[in-house]
Design a protein around this ligand. Structure first.
Ligand code: ADP
Ligand code: MG
Length: 284
C-alpha cells in the first residue's frame, strides 16, 4: 500500500497546484537523465554500443544520427521497452535500468506512443481518459481522496478537469468528441503528446514527432514544446530534419553506430567535420 493513501499528509495535500496541466515539474537535479555505457545487441547487430550522455534539466536536447544509428533503440532502453545488455540509466538520481515502462513513467519519464489501432474507434476524450491508467497521475489523485467510494468519483472528476486542461493547452478541446481515427497526422501527434502529459511527467522523449505533420501544425507542436520547456519540462527529441534541430535545440547529441560521436551547441555540431563525415559517408 502506498504511503500517500492515508495519513495527515493526504488531507493537507494541495491538489490544485499538482494537477495544473501547465505547472512546472519539481525537478532539482541538474542532469535528470544520465545514460552510462548503454549497450544492446540484436543477434549480430550492435544497435547501441557504449552510449554515454546526459540531458540537462529544462532543455530541449536533440538526439540525431544517420538511419540505424541506434536512436530509437536508445529510447526503448531508456523507457524500459527493452532491457540493455550493459550500462545504466539514471533518472532524477535513481537507477531505473531495466525497470518496467509503467514504473519508469511513474518516476516522471515518458515517451509518446502512436495511437493504437483499437483506440482509433474511440473519441479524443475517451483516449485521454484512458491515458494515465496505473500511472503517476492516478497516484496523485488517489492521495487526495479520503473515502474509497467518494474517492473514485472525485478521482474521475479531477481526471476530467485535468483532461480538459491539457486538451485546451494543446488547442484540441474542440475535437474532443471526434474519433481518433479521423484525426489528421498533426492532430494525432498533438493527442499523443497530450496523453503523455497526462501522466504528469518531468521529462518527455519524442521520437520523430513531426513525421507526417503539415507545416502549420508542426509549428504549433513546436510552440507547445517550447512553452512546456519554458515551464521547466525537459525534452529529448529525435528528428531527422537538421534545420529543425539546429533552430530549436540548445544542445545536440550525435549518435553514430550506437555511440556518441560528439555533442554540443548547434553551432558546434554544424561545423564539426566528423558529423559531416558521418552523415555524408553514412547510410543517410
Ligand atoms: P535509428 O532509430 O537511429 O534509425 P534503430 O535504433 O531503430 O536506429 O536501429 C539501430 C540498429 O538496430 C539498426 O541496424 C536496426 O536494424 C537494429 N534493430 C533495431 N531494433 C531491432 C530489433 N528489434 N531486432 C533486430 N534489430 C534491430
Ligand atoms: Mg528510429
Amino acid at each position: 500500500m502506498s504511503e500517500t493513501e492515508s495519513g495527515p499528509e493526504a488531507d493537507e495535500f494541495d491538489s490544485e497546484a499538482e494537477i495544473d496541466a501547465t505547472s512546472s515539474p519539481d525537478v532539482s537535479v541538474e542532469y535528470p537523465l544520465q545514460v552510462d555505457g548503454l549497450r544492446k545487441t540484436f543477434g549480430g547487430i550492435t544497435a547501441v554500443d557504449d552510449a554515454t550522455f546526459q540531458v540537462e534539466n529544462g532543455t530541449l536536447t536533440g538526439l540525431i544520427g544517420p538511419n540505424g544509428a541506434g536512436k530509437s533503440t536508445t529510447f526503448n532502453l531508456i523507457t524500459g521497452m527493452i532491457k540493455p545488455d550493459a550500462g545504466t540509466v539514471t533518472f532524477n538520481g535513481d537507477d531505473i535500468t531495466g525497470m518496467e515502462p509503467h514504473a519508469i513513467a511513474n518516476q516522471g519519464l515518458v515517451r509518446t506512443f502512436q495511437i493504437a489501432r483499437e483506440l482509433e474507434d474511440m473519441t479524443v476524450l475517451e483516449n485521454m481518459m484512458l491515458a494515465p491508467k496505473n500511472q503517476r497521475g492516478e497516484k496523485l489523485w488517489r492521495s487526495v481522496t479520503p473515502g474509497v467510494r467518494n474517492g473514485v468519483i472525485e478521482q474521475e472528476e479531477e481526471l476530467l478537469d485535468r483532461v480538459w486542461e491539457v486538451l485546451e493547452f494543446f488547442e484540441i478541446d474542440h475535437i474532443a468528441e471526434e474519433y481518433a481515427g479521423n484525426l489528421s497526422g498533426g492532430q494525432r501527434k498533438l493527442l499523443e503528446m497530450a496523453r503523455a502529459l497526462l501522466t504528469d511527467p518531468d521529462m518527455l522523449l519524442l521520437d520523430e514527432p513531426f513525421a507526417g505533420v503539415n507545416p502549420s501544425l508542426e509549428k504549433r507542436l513546436l510552440t507547445h514544446i517550447h512553452e512546456l520547456r519554458e515551464q521547466g519540462y525537459t525534452f529529448l527529441l529525435v528528428e531527422h530534419d537538421m534545420d529543425l534541430i539546429m533552430e530549436n535545440c540548445e544542445h545536440v547529441i550525435v549518435l553514430h553506430q550506437g555511440r556518441v560521436l560528439t555533442e554540443g551547441t548547434p553551432e558546434d555540431i554544424k561545423s564539426n567535420e566528423e558529423v559531416i563525415e558521418a552523415y555524408l559517408g553514412g547510410n543517410v
